[in-house]
Design a protein around this ligand. Structure first.
Ligand code: NDP
Ligand code: GUE
Length: 284
């Protein structure tokens, strides 16, 4: 038996097709959904992600602009730009691409974005609302993962979900969303002892580490659902996940590939959040 592959690229395309209609309905009411992405410095990987976001936005009719700033930009300058965008009624979503140069404190930036325009879902207000189960803009990668599971009617309730990774942008919030969906959640990280003892108990295994191919079939329970969040660039320039795909595929029931897995879903959820922000659905 070999796992069913959940193709995030195709699902993201399907979602974008549906969003096109929603965007044209908004436009008829005079609302043009508008996302502004800020990129500080010239990290090539960040540039490539940001361009992917712009392309996907435009496909759905969302207006998207990229503000590119030099690496020498001060924290104060960036904060002032965000405050201007917070006030600009034509802008519905603000995304500051991470990571930022070392002299800029990420939390200062994230906390300055008005929660109603925080389409990344990283502001403590949005995180807090997610934790309390209230309406919020959800972090895009976790939201994309839950959407992928639901698209295949994979039951989350009552399942044991094991998350490897506890970053603020992926690991922690994906565990919280799965808990909100009534999973029993275990978090693992770099200090976890006997990782395999935990992972082999997972019905759903979420891998968000950032080390190529460290998880393989020996880490899995038979027929586990495996979601690979990792994006690692190999020496020959291609992308690979944190999961050894061929090995894991031979034991899993469902698996996501890299590329064409979680990555495109992250962008689709960003667009969804931008539309939600444009509708003014989040009360901040
Ligand atoms: N597909 C997508 O849309 C996205 C993909 N990514 C990718 O996902 C991966 C993770 O990203 P991110 O969460 O930002 O990364 P971070 O580096 O912030 O976090 C990595 C996590 O993995 C844990 N970890 C590291 N080594 C091990 C190990 N040997 N065993 C178990 N746990 C370990 C760390 O533990 P500790 O906390 O103890 O240090 C940490 O919690 C990266 O490859 C990134 O590129 C990220 C965002 C979006
Ligand atoms: N403020 C902020 N928000 C983010 O959401 C954010 C960020 N900063 N910093 C970096 C990470 C990473 N991330 C990805 C999004 C899409 C793909 C994606 O679409 N990947 C394609 C491949 C793209 C390619 O070929 O380069 C795929 O996996 O198929 C990957 C990674 C968002 N991030």
């Amino acid at each position: 038996m070999s796992a069913t592959v959940i193709n995030g690229k195709d699902l993201a395309q399907e979602l974008r097709n549906n969003m096109k209609e929603e965007v044209s309905e908004l436009k008829e009411k005079g609302i043009i959904p508008h996302l502004t992405v800020i990129l500080v410095g010239d990290n090539p990987a960040s540039k490539s992600y940001v361009n992917g976001k712009k392309k996907a936005s435009e496909e759905t009719g969302i207006v998207s602009d990229i503000i590119e700033l030099p690496v020498s930009t001060t924290e104060e300058e960036l904060l002032n730009l965000i405050k201007e965008l917070n006030q600009d009624v034509s802008v519905h979503g603000i995304l500051v691409q991470l990571p930022l140069p070392e002299h800029i404190k990420e939390e200062h930036i994230i906390e300055t974005i008005i929660p109603s325009k925080d389409v990344d879902g990283f502001h403590p207000i949005n995180i807090g609302r997610m934790m309390t189960g209230n309406d919020s803009l959800l972090p895009c990668t976790p939201y994309g993962i839950v959407t992928m599971l639901k698209s295949r009617n994979i039951t989350i309730q009552g399942k044991h979900a094991v998350v490897i990774g506890r970053s603020n942008i992926v690991g922690k919030p994906v565990g919280q969303l799965l808990l909100n969906e009534n999973a029993t959640v275990t978090y693992c990280h770099s200090k976890t002892r006997n990782l395999k003892e935990h992972t082999t108990r997972a019905d759903i295994l979420i891998v968000a580490i950032g080390i190529p191919n460290v998880i393989n079939r020996d880490h899995l329970k038979q027929d586990a659902v495996v979601i690979d969040v990792g994006i690692n660039r190999t020496d020959n320039g291609s992308l690979t996940g944190d999961v050894d795909f061929e090995s894991a595929k031979s034991k899993a029931s469902y698996i996501t590939p890299v590329p064409r897995g979680v990555g495109p879903m992250t962008i689709a959820m960003l667009l969804k959040n931008t539309i939600k922000a444009a509708k003014g659905l989040s009360i901040n």
